[in-house]
Ligand binder design. Structure first.
Ligand code: ATP
Length: 221
């Protein structure tokens, strides 16, 4: 294959899905650290469409999107992809990732970011075993969740794909799992919603602009 470009010169693109009800520092700070750790230029946030049969977020899709936009304003690392929120029918993560893979071409290294809790329950996701055909998985450390997978079979799957050298991520389009050494932040959207319900402060847990929006919209009362 005649090319003058070394393989490692391909840029790794990363996506980060979530309900973001609301977005918080437990999302933003570990991803910033991850970007430094593995050399990400851009992270695309992908707020989920939550299907009607699942427990609904307290904030509506427009509010969740507005909070994401406020959180990443003036933060060039992040962009947002609104496609899941704009859908009127539910979509699975694998469908969205396959669509993005088609748009970006077969050669581009693509990664999907999840927290350790999501890794532990990944086998419950629709067509979870196809994820690594489309992207790498970058796993954020999260306090309070075990390191080992639930079964020897799942642990075997993890070990088969796991790498410890992040430079490998830009050398092939998909297929690796990298568990990052990101800071442990004990923050969840559930805790933030509960604190706000009880009238407690959340200043250290999420950006000011998002908190102000929550107050103005009368969310999580
Ligand atoms: P909830 O408490 O409502 O379940 P959450 O705080 O877990 O929400 P989500 O929007 O569901 O936030 O999470 C999106 C992604 O971010 C998931 O992959 C999740 O594992 C990860 N994540 C969320 N909070 C943290 C955190 N504090 N540290 C690392 N990863 C996190």
């Amino acid at each position: 294959m005649p090319t003058n470009q070394p393989l490692h010169a391909l840029t790794l693109h990363a996506l980060f899905g979530g309900t973001f009800d609301p977005i918080h520092y437990g999302h933003l700070r570990p991803v910033e650290a991850l970007a430094n750790e593995v050399g990400l230029q851009q992270v695309t946030l992908l707020p989920n469409h939550v299907p009607p049969h699942r427990p609904q977020p307290e904030a509506n899709p427009q509010q969740r999107l507005a909070m994401v936009k406020l959180a990443i304003a003036d933060h060039p690392l992040f962009t947002v992809d609104e496609r899941e929120l704009q859908r009127t029918t539910p979509s699975y993560t694998i469908d969205t990732l396959e669509m993005i893979r088609k748009e970006r071409g077969a050669a581009l290294p693509l990664a999907f970011i999840i927290g350790q809790d999501s890794l532990l329950s990944l086998h419950k996701w629709h067509r979870w075993q196809d994820l690594l055909n489309v992207c790498h998985l970058l796993v954020l450390a999260r306090p309070g969740y075990q390191q080992q997978m639930d079964s020897t079979e799942l642990q075997g799957w993890l070990e088969q794909h796991q790498i410890s050298d992040p430079t490998l991520l830009s050398q092939q389009p998909s297929g690796y799992i990298y568990r990052a050494n990101t800071p442990l932040l004990e923050i969840s959207a559930t805790e933030i919603r509960q604190r706000l319900h009880q009238g407690m402060g959340c200043d250290a847990l999420l950006p000011h602009s998002v908190l102000r929006y929550i107050e103005l919209q009368g969310l999580y009362r």
